[in-house]
Write a protein of this length. Sequence first.
Length: 532
Amino acid sequence: MTTGRVNPSQRLEHQGITGLGHVYYNLMEPALVEAALKRDEATLGKGGALLVTTGEHTGRSPRDKFVVRTPGVEGTIWWENNKPMSPEAFDRLHADMLAHMKGRDYFVQDLYAGADPEHRLDVRMVTELAWHGLFIRHLLRRPERADLDDFVPEFTIINCPGFAADPQVHGCRSETVIALNFERKMILIGGTEYAGENKKSVFTLLNYLLPEKGIMPMHCSANHAIDNPVDTAIFFGLSGTGKTTLSADPERTLIGDDEHGWSDRGTFNFEGGCYAKTLDLSEEAEPEIFATTTRFATVIENMVHDPDTMDLDFEDDSLTANMRCAYPLDYISNASDTSLGGHPKNIIMLTCDAFGVLPPIARLTPAQAMYHFLSGFTSKVAGTEKGVTEPEPTFSTCFGAPFMPRRPEVYGDLLRQKIARHGATCWLVNTGWTGGAYGVGSRMPIRSTRLLLTAALDGSLNEATFRKDPNFGFEVPMHVEGVAEVLLDPRRTWSVNEEYDAQARKLVNMFAENFAQYVPFIDEDVKAAAIG
């Protein structure tokens, strides 16, 4: 039995998926909320939000992600970063997953990945859980109802949390598996309820497909000046660096908070929603994101709540520190209607330096920008993981290594070409520690960070007097209105200068050791940038 809007010629049976129970095509938000509640997948929260838990997996499982090693992609995949699966193992996995699906109910959403119609990807998501259908309906982009009549999926993603993979049979690592087959145009996900696997699988697809069209896929947030899309800024950054917070500027229009493309036409959001962390989220600091947690159909993932009042506990991380909310972009009042922007005028690379070495902002040359883009630096701090007793560097190339199917130089070269062609100004912004490392110093004042970003985006910072940083060679402003001058020189914020110097040498060496892997593939000017 099938229900919902779908072209009869595009039903699952025509994709070889037969013998299912009820198949619900393209249900809208109220129906998906109702289905999730009826099936005991979720609890209704305040304002009609949907509260869910994801069991054992409260984050992505990168060690269980595989790319099928077919002849068409053999020479283009970054195999050092992507685990291979044989086509034969994928075929067995596919057959066994289809057998698992027999007699069960499924929810299908036909969606777009990409706000630019010229470059979007038509994706079909087949999910075992109704709330997964709601989640991906938020996170991707919804076609007009009339457009569903002619919708033909280019890629199909099947997600069966109840399916347990067999490493001996399916060529994987555990009962959890995420397998991408570019030749079959299919992704299979099994053994995990964490919904983020859905959205990041689509991002991985785009990261492989778009560079062939000369489009730069980016793990970044983006905004533009109000009523002026030409003045676009993008914010690269790993988790915890402020990518969502700093791009959500009430004085600018939000294009998106996580995944974008940069084409010959400009910037475009891949997604139609946001997936924001909620740990320590406050109404005072982030009122618009906070408000979404009591909006109808927002998916609240792995948050502790009062069973009587349904009030959410934003400080209780007993389920996971990675608790999140997923909501459509139009829940943010200053979000763009089109999710399109111009060519980036400013490129911000965010880092959370727990070593207390980097300045709050620095201006980068194009070669230095490529160096820091390929490095993708941030840091873990003591207490965040078992065994972490001092700050640990984290280098995630292109600020998104887990989602990069191609070699890093592909993305680095694309970014460099676009910077050169369109004249973007590049900045490195440290939202981490000052006055000492984590445990000694203090977190960079958010007010100062916002003032520095405002000066960078309105162009006034380019008129400042700069000094050359002795450790990394980039330019650091010496005076910015409203920002304490001592903050702009991190060495002066330390009580013992020699201790800063030792910490700086340590961090520079960490950068150098990590960057050695790229030296055979980069130009001489980038090599020069690597040594300051």
